[in-house]
Design a protein around this ligand. Structure first.
Ligand code: HEM
Length: 211
């Protein structure tokens, strides 16, 4: 298990698998919002079309570029591309967090305060992790840069990959999780994702210490 995560490519493939559903969902919204084709379940967010659209677009870029940024082979061979796509990744993460906050403020919520508070806290944490990641890169502290960017990716994607848990629960029980239970699963999964990010950071540090 540890060997699997210690190798960069399987980890990248795993990330692509985990992020496929939210990235595809965001891609659908990027087309639907300007075309006025939002389905009934998305109309509530139509109250903030600009934030909704920017959030979806930024989510695609953040979700797609993250795994590429972490692929060591690409980083080593295409350093300039890593720096360029890193800038886009950071900008996308910032826009995603800020538009997420804007949606929280503008749209009538159907979630409990637990999830609303978690979204606000994790938006702020994402911005902080990205800023600290940039500062570490400027200071040429590679280990800290890598750690803060992995942390940022885990915080950002934790709120979007919950379908990985909700869907199996639905298949097992035959009914969608709703209300407080749904928000508990949502926030619980977010924390698990962040913990997985911390575990990957520790593994990378351990590997570097052995090298
Ligand atoms: C810190 C991370 C994130 C925060 C705080 C956040 C916050 C939010 C909020 C508050 C909403 C509105 C929810 C509602 O009232 O129903 C939302 C919706 C949405 N988010 Fe995020 N989000 C984050 C990450 C992501 C990521 C990584 C993606 C995509 C890869 C994404 C894609 C979307 C999409 C497509 C919607 C619209 C859903 C719909 O139209 O039904 N978000 N997000």
């Amino acid at each position: 298990m540890i060997r699997l995560f210690a190798r960069p490519m399987p980890l990248v493939l795993l990330l692509v698998f985990a992020t496929f559903i939210p990235v595809m969902m965001a891609g659908v919204r990027v087309v639907q919002i300007p075309a006025g084709l939002l389905p009934p379940d998305g109309l509530r967010l139509g109250a903030a079309p600009v934030s909704h659209w920017l959030h979806s677009l930024a989510g695609i870029l953040f979700g797609l570029l993250g795994p590429l940024q972490f692929a060591r082979a690409l980083r080593a061979r295409f350093g300039a591309l890593h720096r360029l796509s890193g800038r886009v990744f950071v900008a996308a993460g910032m826009v995603m967090a800020l538009s997420g906050l804007s949606l929280l403020v503008q749209v009538d919520s159907i979630a409990t305060p637990l999830l609303e508070i978690a979204r606000a806290v994790f938006s702020a944490a994402l911005i902080a992790a990205l800023v600290l990641g940039i500062l570490a890169a400027r200071a040429r502290d590679r280990a800290a840069h890598r750690a803060w960017m992995i942390r940022a990716y885990a915080i950002g994607m934790g709120g979007a990959t919950v379908a990985l848990v909700m869907f199996p629960i639905y298949l097992i029980t035959g009914a969608p999780v709703t209300g407080l239970m749904s928000d508990l699963v949502f926030v619980g999964w977010w924390l698990v994702t962040i913990a997985i990010g911390e575990w990957i950071i520790r593994l990378a540090q351990h590997k570097e210490a052995l090298a």
